[in-house]
Design a binder for this molecule. Structure first.
Ligand code: FES
Length: 162
């Protein structure tokens, strides 16, 4: 297991503040820097602030933006909002699960990709939609197009595509 750099947490708390109203900005910055919010980070934040670890855990689990498990280098999100659901999101998820060899919510063994499902990402007119790495949105997909997008990502193994 990689050691988690908790010095980053000290630095963030120093910048953001130590009271309960700073919980969300602290957690957002921790996630930005560490790519998820490890339990060890919650414990460290609790040591440094007025908040308890269980209060912080409550905030981190209440808001869906926070990830409590490590993720791959690239997160592939399949929108399962209403429009995308109607447009075939379930099939996209199944096709990508087969392509990557993981279930939705899991990370590939080489830690390069995490496949996940999300609620509406705000571009329903393009449904069904996937989002790659938080900033690239692909719409009007079918299973074949979704798989070809993943095929084109750097670092994706070609072993399962045959
Ligand atoms: S339901 Fe998928 S973008 Fe809105």
């Amino acid at each position: 297991m990689c050691a988690i750099d908790l010095d980053v947490v000290n630095e963030i708390v120093g910048q953001k503040g130590r009271t309960a109203d700073h919980a969300i900005p602290i957690l957002q910055e921790v996630q930005k820097r560490l790519r998820y919010v490890p339990r060890e980070a919650l414990a460290r934040i609790a040591d440094l602030t007025e908040m308890t670890e269980s209060q912080l855990f409550g905030v981190a689990t209440f808001y869906s933006q926070f990830r409590l498990e490590p993720v791959g280098d690239t997160i592939i999100k399949v929108c399962h909002g209403t429009a995308c659901h109607v447009g075939g999101a379930k099939g996209l998820t199944e096709a990508l699960e087969n392509r990557l060899g993981v279930k939705s919510g899991e990370t590939t063994a080489d830690k390069k990709f995490t496949l996940t499902s999300v609620a509406c990402v705000g571009c329903c007119s393009l449904a069904p939609v996937i989002m790659v790495a938080d900033d690239r949105t692909y719409g009007r997909l079918d299973m074949k197009k979704a798989v070809s997008i993943v095929d084109g990502l750097e670092g994706v193994s070609s072993a399962e595509s045959g």
